[in-house]
Design a protein around this ligand. Structure first.
Ligand code: BEZ
Ligand code: FE
Length: 301
């Protein structure tokens, strides 16, 4: 078919998928082509604007290296990453539905949020109650809680893989030559309890020195994320969870640059004067405590 107008053009491109063998690929590509064509038509894209778009995407690609993933940042700031997270968690809840009914489930799994670019695989495993942020700038904070499944059963030996920026809003990865800091893995005890010390995270900007930063600027948007600590929570025969705990009262909770805030993940950090801590230790400076229970969905298999 030789298309003679813009409507026929969309059909002509779709027709070229007849040789593809993977039905899911055909579904995704057909929808992408139709939405892309509809978008170009709707905004009546000019050749100049098309060229600027190509140059923008080229710059996004050229900004990526083994430490910097500008395409993920683009996806994060346009809300696409969070859309995928929300769809995935809804899918897992449906998949675990029969399982949940069989175990008389009465709780919802903890909500997931974006992973972000600062996860570093292989953080050191610490003893329960350890300080994972020794020597890191920031106000000391005692984190504790339980990990259970949706039936309320404690998950012994569940793994918490934790990371955050420091008290000034910088991740170790952002400091040239720095080694791992404010990261660690902790396992729950036989009652599914966890505890560790780290710092109280503060708000910080996503990287803005590349094309995504210029895009945010052009949109009149700020680049900040509210204070949060990242956790990857996993246990045998349960759906792994990637989430954060957000600091209640932090600036930008209602305007997170990557749309990752979920009200159920906002935690009141309690202030304490210097002195005895909940784990029986003595702290020389004022400190905070944060308590949160994580709930994992049993996996379908
Ligand atoms: C983060 O929370 O580490 C993050 C998430 C998305 C983009 C940039 C940073
Ligand atoms: Fe973060």
């Amino acid at each position: 078919m030789i298309p003679s107008n813009e409507n026929e053009l969309t059909h002509a491109v779709l027709d070229r998928l007849t040789g593809a063998s993977d039905p899911r690929f055909v579904q995704v590509m057909s929808s992408l082509i139709q939405h892309l064509h509809a978008f170009v038509r709707e905004v009546d894209l000019t050749p100049d604007e098309w060229m600027k778009s190509i140059q923008f995407l080229t710059a996004v690609g050229q900004t990526c290296d083994d430490k910097r993933q500008e395409f993920i940042l683009l996806s994060d700031t346009l809300g696409v990453s969070m859309m995928v997270v929300m769809l995935q968690q809804a899918r897992a809840a449906m998949g675990g539905g029969e399982q949940a009914a069989a175990t008389e489930s009465n709780e919802l799994a903890t909500q997931a949020t974006v992973q972000g670019p600062f996860y570093w695989e292989g953080a050191p495993e610490h003893a329960l109650g350890a300080n994972i942020a020794e020597g890191v700038v920031g106000e000391p904070t005692y984190y504790s809680g339980r990990i259970t499944n949706t039936a309320g059963q404690p998950l012994a030996g569940a793994l918490l893989d934790i990371w955050s920026g420091d008290g000034d809003g910088f991740y170790d990865m952002q400091i040239a030559g720095a080694s791992m800091a404010a990261r660690g893995r902790i396992r729950t005890d036989h009652e599914g309890r966890y505890r560790f010390w780290s710092i109280r995270p503060t708000f910080y900007p996503v990287p803005v020195d590349g094309p995504v930063g210029r895009m945010l600027d052009g949109m009149g948007r700020h680049p900040n994320r509210p204070g949060h600590i990242h956790m990857m929570v996993s246990a045998a025969r349960h759906v792994p969870l990637t989430t954060h705990l957000f600091v209640a009262g932090s600036p930008y909770l209602d305007s997170d640059a990557v749309f990752g805030v979920r009200p159920s993940l906002i935690v009141d950090f309690q202030p304490h004067p210097a002195g005895s801590a909940p784990d029986g230790s003595t702290v020389a400076t004022p400190f905070w405590s944060a308590q949160y229970d994580f709930v994992l969905e049993p996996s379908a298999a």
